[in-house]
Design a protein around this ligand. Structure first.
Ligand SMILES: [Ca+2]
Ligand SMILES: [Ca+2]
Ligand SMILES: [Ca+2]
Ligand SMILES: [Ca+2]
Length: 462
């Protein structure tokens, strides 16, 4: 008896008219057009009561800008000159901060009262010196305006402990020391995303498990003491990563630099001194002045040219006994022995350069190509005239001169040794002297394939 009646009710309800029930037994809802797909319908839409809403209709209203998916009721209020949360009374304006998207005059109190993740939005310039970030705040993000107009000033945060600290879209103007003697660590992962560290400012991080830098500029300083560094899009004139020579227990460190440009200034040299072997990929190192690296372990260059215009010198120090792999270099390369050894694997040294080995140590060159004859004192490879012994061992390497008449390919001090093993003299050697080895004023001529050992003023072919 009842089944036919229910069928009739259902059929009549689906026309949306009256207060009758829909197929699912519920009353029809009011639906609003949501053109920007943020889940809130256009505030100006009076709505449609229906059981069968259109694809772009939602049953929440109040979107004050249905063309902007970032604007809707309860959206975080940002420093952007517009009302993000459809509450015109609390727009975030210049000189204000917001806590988790809500403008506040009591940031310290908000942090004390809450736990979990916190986002502090900075509009304009703010001094947040001595802000206390309690340990219940597990993740804190300081974010500004993507246009770079937000400035975070601080003489330091008082962080008890947070698993993550993020700085995003702002200028950092102050000092922040994220480590303290006697404390194991204050932050687990620090992320810098589109941050400018202004001249004179510095961020120093210790005991972080990871540091992620994606978009860093400015003349300030980042000094990091971390187990693992993942650095992207670095453009910083005064970068110090991985310590200043007194890094403790750096053997586990990993440094990855990808798609970065223009690391320059002498301070930047230290970021390559990473024990676990930094990987530098798709990176350009130019304008190097006194840039010096002390490789530890294996430093790898992948599609990352070094030197070129504006570079006055580039030094590799052997004191840690490291390997430099895939160095793509134009300029004069100074290898400082410093009592240790440097190994260049598969180097590509271009015209205009040359290698000068200075001091005491060992230089091994394996594979690759060395071209150029304009380095001091004019040879492709030379050792300094001093009282110290430098051993140079070249294996499976193509050596090209540039054809300058009378300039020996190798200029070796008579205290030093040179071993050429399956090295190949390639193009550009002068017809008369291109394969000449000047050994302490005594010259030896080798033609074609070279397999020769010179030691203490004498060379033997074999
Ligand atoms: Ca909407
Ligand atoms: Ca919207
Ligand atoms: Ca706003
Ligand atoms: Ca608002």
């Amino acid at each position: 008896m009842r089944a036919p009646l229910l069928l009739i009710l259902a059929l009549s309800a689906c026309d949306g008219a009256g207060s009758e029930l829909c197929d699912d037994g519920f009353e029809p809802l009011t639906w609003y057009a949501d053109a920007d797909d943020d889940g809130y319908g256009d505030a100006s839409d009076p709505g449609e009561v229906t059981c069968t809403p259109a694809r772009d209709q939602v049953n929440a209203a109040g979107d004050c800008d249905d063309s902007n998916p970032d604007v809707f009721p309860d959206a975080p209020e940002r420093c952007n000159g517009i009302d993000d949360n459809c509450d015109p009374s609390d727009d975030l304006t210049d000189g204000q901060v917001a806590f988790n998207g809500v403008p506040t005059d009591d940031l310290a109190g908000d942090l004390l009262r809450r736990d979990g993740a916190a986002t502090v939005t900075i509009c304009g310039t703010h001094d947040l010196s001595n802000l206390v970030i309690p340990s219940r705040i597990t993740s804190v993000t300081f974010e500004g305006n993507p246009d770079g107009s937000s400035v975070l000033q601080t003489s330091g945060f008082d962080m008890e402990w947070s698993t993550q600290l993020t700085l995003r879209d702002l200028q950092f103007d102050g000092v922040h020391l994220l480590f303290a003697p006697g404390q194991e660590r204050l932050v687990k992962v620090m992320t810098l995303n589109n941050v400018e560290i202004v001249d004179g400012a510095r961020i120093e991080v210790g005991f972080a498990e990871g540091i992620v830098v994606d978009g860093l500029t400015g003349a300030g300083r980042l000094a990091a003491y971390s187990n693992e560094l993942d650095i992207k899009n670095v453009d910083l004139g005064n970068l110090v990563v991985s310590g200043n020579g007194d890094v403790v227990d750096c053997s586990a460190e990993v440094l990855t630099v990808v798609n970065s440009v223009q690391v320059s200034d002498s301070e930047a040299r230290r970021f390559l001194s990473v024990a676990g072997g930094p990987l530098l990929e798709n990176m350009t190192l130019t304008n190097l002045n006194g840039f010096e690296i002390t490789p530890q372990g294996r430093t790898r260059f992948v599609n990352s040219p070094v030197g070129g215009p504006g570079s006055s010198d580039f030094k590799i120090s052997g004191e840690q006994g490291g390997v430099v792999e895939g160095l793509d270099f134009s300029g004069e390369l100074l290898v400082l022995g410093n009592g240790g050894s440097v190994e260049l694997r598969q180097p590509q040294l271009h015209d205009g350069g040359g290698i000068r080995a200075v001091g005491q140590g060992t230089l091994r060159i394996t594979g690759g190509t060395i071209t150029g004859q304009t380095g001091s004192p004019g040879s492709v490879l030379s050792t300094s005239d001093d009282n110290l012994v430098f051993d140079v061992i070249v294996r499976d390497t193509v050596i090209n001169g540039n054809g300058t008449s009378g300039v020996p390919l190798f200029q070796i001090d008579d205290r030093d040794t040179l071993e050429l093993n399956a090295a190949q003299i390639g193009t550009g050697a002068d017809a008369n002297t291109g394969t000449l080895i000047d050994f302490g004023g005594v010259q030896y001529d080798n033609t074609g394939e070279v397999s020769v050992t010179c030691e203490a003023g004498s060379c033997t072919e074999g």
